[in-house]
Design a protein around this ligand. Structure first.
Ligand SMILES: NC(=O)c1ccc[n+]([C@@H]2O[C@H](COP(=O)([O-])OP(=O)(O)OC[C@H]3O[C@@H](n4cnc5c(N)ncnc54)[C@H](O)[C@@H]3O)[C@@H](O)[C@H]2O)c1
Length: 250
């Protein structure tokens, strides 16, 4: 039986949580964002409305209409109270990358949120089969990784990371959400001991080689970047990308 997702809760309204909430609200889903203080809730709201990748900028740049922005804002709500998210169909967690914190947050959600809800963590590299131990055994088939890329309102990819316990219906439910909001999804198995699912793992392997070529003195940073842009049609060289990320693209 397919799982239908109409409403979403987002735990953590930081860089990723706010961006994910925005992408879902623009895509027509009802989204409730939970953070831990009124100040943080206000920050999440202002990231979504006034931020660099926010709704107002989208209207200014002609990417979104005023009506789409108003509809997205009407789809959003903000709270510090987890109980307000108890009826969501899908819960997405985007709290800091700390195994113990994430487990605590999921255990708390498991006790509050309706039993049929799907749980998706935005972890960048923690093991899904370890995080899912925080929820009851009956919920584990509905537990999955959904790794978004930053900035979430702009980047198209969501990696769906499944543990052995994750049900096919759960993968399909997330695939259907991604399709509905115009994101591309890929499936990837949990791989304990490996970091970075598909895109980050492959990308950082290339970055490590680029750094090795530089350290060996074989070529300059400029020529390493140029080689990949001109030789492989990369939009940006690997070392330039790392430098950009360090300065705050992500
Ligand atoms: N930043 C990126 O480029 C990026 C990309 C992909 C995935 N991720 C992953 O997304 C997750 C979040 O990263 P981020 O960059 O958005 O972090 P962030 O620090 O910007 O945001 C985390 C938010 O979670 C809130 N929070 C903490 N405890 C909470 C709780 N109990 N309930 C609700 N909210 C709580 C914090 O107050 C904060 O607002 C991490 O797992 C990270 O690895 C990050």
């Amino acid at each position: 039986m397919p799982i239908e997702i109409k409403s979403v809760g987002v735990l953590g309204g930081g860089v990723m949580g706010a961006g994910i909430a925005q992408a879902l609200a623009v895509g027509g889903l009802k989204v409730a964002v939970r953070d831990i203080s009124d100040e943080l809730i206000e920050k999440a709201r202002s990231t979504i409305v006034d931020g660099r990748y926010g709704l107002k900028r989208g209207v200014e740049r002609g990417k979104t209409t005023q009506e789409q922005m108003d509809a997205a804002i009407a789809n959003l709500s903000f709270t510090t109270n987890l109980d307000d998210l108890k009826d969501v169909d899908l819960m997405i967690e985007a709290v800091p990358e700390d195994l113990d914190l994430k487990k605590k947050v999921w255990a708390e959600a498991d006790g509050v949120v309706q039993p049929q809800a799907v749980f998706a963590t935005n972890t960048s590299g923690l093991v899904i089969g370890e995080l899912n131990q925080a929820v009851s055994e009956s919920r584990r088939p509905q537990f999955i990784g959904a790794h978004w890329f930053s900035p979430a309102p702009v980047m198209k990819l969501v990696e769906l990371v499944h543990a052995p316990e994750t049900a096919e219906e759960t993968l399909q439910a997330l695939e259907s959400v991604c399709q509905r909001i115009g994101k591309a999804s890929v499936r990837v198995k949990d791989a304990p001991g490996k970091y970075g699912f598909i895109a980050n793992r492959v990308y950082f392997a290339a970055v490590r080689e680029a750094q090795a070529v530089l350290a060996e003195g074989i070529a300059s940073a400029e020529d390493i970047n140029k080689a990949m842009v001109q030789g492989y049609n990369w939009p940006i060289g690997p070392l330039a990308m790392v430098e950009g990320a360090r300065k705050g693209w992500q």
